[in-house]
Each structure stands twice: as C-alpha cells, then as structure tokens.
Design a binder for this molecule. Structure first.
Ligand SMILES: [Mn+2]
Length: 262
C-alpha cells in the first residue's frame, strides 16, 4: 500500500508517547534525604518529565526544600512543581521556590513552561489552587473582607490557570498541575465536611474550556486516584493515594486527523 504523500499534508502525524512521573504531598523534611534521592534516581530511564503536585515539604522550611532540591539536582529529565499549603506554612514560600529553582526544578506558581521531551513539546500550566468547595455549595463572594479575600484568591488562581492553558494551547501535550483539587470526585474517601478546604470546582472552569490531556493534583491524602471532568482525565497523585513514590503516566499524542477541505 502506498503511503500518503507528504505533499498533501494530510497524513496523520506520527504518534508519540511521553512518560510523566508524578507525585504530590512528598512532604520532605530534614530526614528525607536518602529516600528522596533513591526515589528520584529510580526515575532515570523510566520517565521523560517529572511533575510534583505540591506539599513538597512538611512545614515550608528552606532546609526542607534543600533536601528535595538535592534529590532533584542530578535528574537528567526536566522537573516542574507547584507549591502546596504546607510549603507556605513558614511564610517562606518564595525561598522554597528559589531553592528548588536553583536545583533545576521549575516552580510553576501561576506560570507555565514548555519542554521538549522524547521529541515532543509538552506544555505544563501550574497553579497551587485554593479552597472553596463544590457543586454550588462553596464559599460565596459575600460578607467579611477576609472571607471575600479567600474567594478572590481562588478566582485569581483559576484565572492564572486559564492564562497558562491558553499559552500552551498549541503544544501536542498539555498538562495542568495543581495542588488543590478542581473537582470532588478525587476527594472521595475524605470526610465530606472538609471537601471545601481541599479544593474548588471554580478551578475546573478553565479545564473544561481548554481540555488538557492530563490534570494532576494532590492535597487529598485519603482521596481517590482517578476521575473524569467531562472526559478530561484528572488524577489525585498524592503519595498516600498512589501508594508508591511516583505514578508514571504514559501519554500518547492524539492522532491528527485533518479536517475536511471546504
Ligand atoms: Mn496540602
């Protein structure tokens, strides 16, 4: 059978597969060094990109970030992270981010990054996310300024995610990386009383609009691994949920089927 002519530009592009290692809630502290180094070293040869879904440290102390940074410094593949609430606890989130950046980890705090891995461009849009609740029963934009400030912060996170996903819209692989959950289905297992503190479905709006290939979050240690947001795969990669150091996702590029000519 004769292959289609390249000149027609109508052939499906070749399929490509990338391997993404993901974990959230690593919670490094001063004693984590050997285990962290071993876990990251084990990724060599089995992953093309590493994504960390926040709560990188137990208390957001720079010396704890340094433990993780040391484990990441020798990685041969790119690594990106978002911070979690724990990483802000000491009020030194900027220092945590700077220490990781110095070790080559891109901290995507309302930012995006693109990578060329396994011959393919991968775009990652990252936010920490924030609280608020789900299903129309979440925190309203009403009342005390302190409460409205929380509502506004979640809104700013959602806007930043939309902006990041817009920036990576043309990448063959697009991933959204969060700490807080954008839907409640991956919270099942957690007490419903605390769901509002584990995420907000206001974060889901940009995901539904842009439909990335993969959405990753952490934060819900007792939650559920897998869910779908109107067909967009969402995974809670919190280490206690995945039950291992990293989950390896294999993403295959969608076959490009050219539209009909008009
Ligand atoms: Mn957390």
């Amino acid at each position: 059978m004769t292959p289609p002519s390249r000149l027609l530009g109508a052939e499906p592009k070749s399929r490509a597969t990338i391997r993404v290692a993901a974990a959230g809630d690593i919670h490094c502290d001063e004693s984590s060094g050997p285990a962290a180094r071993e876990a990251f070293a084990a990724l060599e040869g089995s992953a093309d990109l590493v994504l960390l879904a926040g709560d990188l440290t137990t208390h957001g102390e720079p010396r704890q970030a340094a433990v993780l940074a040391d484990a990441c410094r020798e990685l041969s593949m790119p690594a990106a992270a978002v911070l979690g609430n724990h990483d802000h606890h000491a009020g030194r989130g900027d220092e945590v981010a700077a220490i990781l950046a110095e070790a080559g980890v891109d901290v995507l705090d309302r930012r995006h990054a693109t990578y060329s891995v396994a011959g393919c461009h991968v775009g990652v849009a990252g936010i920490k996310g924030f609280v608020g609740g789900f299903h129309g029963l979440g925190l309203p934009d009403f009342g005390e300024p302190s409460l409205r400030a929380i509502y506004a912060e979640t809104g700013a996170e959602a806007e930043a995610l939309a902006e990041g996903l817009t920036k990576i819209a043309l990448c063959p692989f697009r991933i959204a990386l969060l700490h807080y959950a954008p839907l409640s289905d991956t919270l099942r297992g957690e007490p419903t009383e605390i769901w509002a503190f584990l995420g907000s479905d206001r974060l889901a709006a940009p995901l539904l609009e842009h439909r990335p290939d993969l959405v990753l979050h952490g934060h819900a240690h007792a939650g559920t691994f897998e869910a779908s947001l109107d067909g967009v795969p969402v995974h809670n990669v919190s280490v206690p949920v995945i039950g291992r150091d990293f989950w390896i996702f294999e993403l295959e590029s969608a076959e490009h089927v050219p539209g009909a000519l008009h």
